[in-house]
Design a protein. Sequence first.
Length: 473
Amino acid sequence: MILMHTRRNWRMAVALLPVLAGFAGLATISGCASKNPPNRAELSQQAMQQVQLPAHWVSAKTAGQFDAEALGFELPAELQALILEAQANNPDLRLAASRVAQSQVAAKAAGAALLPSLGLGAQIGESVIPTSSMAVNGLALVVNWEIDIWGKVRDSQTAATEISLASELDILYARQSIAAAVVKAWLAIAEANSQLRLAQEMSALSQKQLKLMLLGQQVGRNTQFDVVNNQISLKVYQQQVIQSEQALSSGKRALEVLIGRYPGAEIAINATLPASPSPIPVGLPSDLAERRPDMRAAEGRFRAAFYNVEIAKKAKLPSISLKAGLGILDKNVLAFQQDLSNPVTGISAGFLAPLFTGGALDAQIEVKTLQQQEATVAYAKSMLTALSEIEAGLYADQKLEDRYRLLEAQLGDQQKLVELQRVQIKVGKGDMYQLQMQELGVVNSRINLLRMQNERLIQRVNLHLALGGVYKI
């Protein structure tokens, strides 16, 4: 800083007025020096040159505008409360929230360089040791300002803001993913409850069969081989009961971890599976990048990479700074300078242009350009993954429905066989053992139908998430 007498300072300030006015004008128009990144359509074309988006989904069955809140089946109040608990307590979401807060602070720090900095300094002492400094004792208030002539600081602030917004979109997508995971875990428990009851029913029917076999052995109708064979069948059904109990316990622990509770398998859920999901409109492929938060986050990271390239390029341009100060000097110093009096002021301007950096600046441009290319590829990968998830989900949704209808028809036929067997018993042409065999077949078909029903519901949850669905609880 240049310190001088007040009258001299005013003369210097007047002389610097045209320079300051020029700096102010450059600072005003500096935003025009920044380029704009490609828009979404241009980015999509650049990232996916070999992929042509169809006008409609290839595997879509239901046309219409996508409703982000439409899942195709109702969520009970119990499940909605669990989703809220998971979104409040899940460790992954809490980590993501911390990263969002960090990115917001980073964006704020990046923009701080646009404003002048103000500092207070002082020096006092009687040292006689020679130094390279000609500092004197006193107190000074100093203002520094590096004028953002080329828009480099603004680009840095914009890049940091894009990263912050991408982090916010990441946590939004994570919240929806956690909600979907809670729904699927709840569905698994609901299925396990029903599967356990059906397994217990099959085990009870097998025990009745074994009793009939033992009675038949006493009258000579059944052999020891028949009895042992039924004992083996009973043990198989008893193992299924144990497996169902284990599956129910594992499902409860998985849900407890999701909602942030201790995994003690103590959560009480006695729900049954919802009805089969109804069809939902799926919108258009061209709307996907706008609907899905993870796609918008990938787009934001590409824009941040674009601005980082601009920052690296502008690092080769000159920098201009201003410094001004107001200070009070030690009176002993004033005794040696008759033309100085407190308070003293100073103002200066600096100019620095890089001439030789050993290729460091060019290397930095190359690095940032490669990072931009990486962000472009990451966007393309995210888009292709999303498209694949949706097309596969739409196709699976249809095929699972077809399989469900066939299982329904099979269950209906087996129930008819049970009724026919009852008629045979009434007319003396059938026996209870055959009836119980048919009843076991009915229970087994109910188990397969139940599993298919849950698979359809889980597939719908996955499709809803892939399409950009939300859970507004």
